[in-house]
Ligand binder design. Sequence first.
Ligand code: SAM
Length: 285
Amino acid sequence: MATLGIPQNTIDILQKYQFHFQKKYGQNFLIDTHVLEKIIESAGITKDDFVLEIGPGIGTMTQYLCENARQVMAVEIDQNLIPILQETLSAYDNVTIVNEDILKLDIAKVAEEYNEGKPIKVVANLPYYITTPIIMGLFESHVPLKSVTVMVQKEVADRMQSEPGTKAYGALSLAVQYYADAEVVANVPPNCFMPRPNVGSAVIRLTCHEQKPVSVKDEKFMFRVIRASFNQRRKTLQNGLGNDAGLPVTKEEAAAALGKMGLSPTIRGERLSLQEFAQLSDLLQ
Ligand code: SAM
């Protein structure tokens, strides 16, 4: 099968199957071989790896993954793409195509069955409408993960990498920091996709920590505190935490905990580091 990273080959297969792009599924297919090679290289795929690909589309990146990995599972929600994938990946016997919504798949079970429960690599040109639920789902459901190398909106890549005190800093930055080291490995302009997205994109590699960078009594509770702190960004932290219906904390308790940490009760959540959120969470519990 011809390389789909070459635009004419993508056009030919789309025409053959009379495929219509579905906006609701965030379908922007890659048509740039340099970007594809860069993703595979950054993910460090070897013949030892089991790779989960989220949203293979017509199989453009899947072809590269099959060439480089031991085993690939490609999970695609759009059933109209399945016959196309069966054709474009017919040369490979190391790929499993699954027609499923990634948010409904038990990925920990997949890792168990296909990789003896050992950490897996995830590679994807993500559908942008569900980037955060996919990333958070992978982390919070404790799937054994080695790395997650994904194309995301440039603005989301910035959020994942940002430091306290910056505008982009928020719950996503803290979650990514808690679970992984993040590095943007490429910036990708709209003309590398068909159809072109309205936003710039970036490939980010999240290398998962073997040991968490902070210790906290209850990580679920810490993330509730973090979410409450950023839900009302413009409020002071004591008000944000005290007013959050889902968090059993009063304004006074929040102020007392901040006081113990030597912080002002009027501080805003965006000023606190991951280390400080861990400490605050332990004090509030
Ligand atoms: N990997 C292909 C490429 O790079 O050319 C396609 C990437 S496209 C940005 C996103 C893909 O994810 C589409 O094929 C879309 O149908 C699929 N998708 C969207 N939502 C999904 C979901 N919930 N579960 C699985 N796949 C999904």
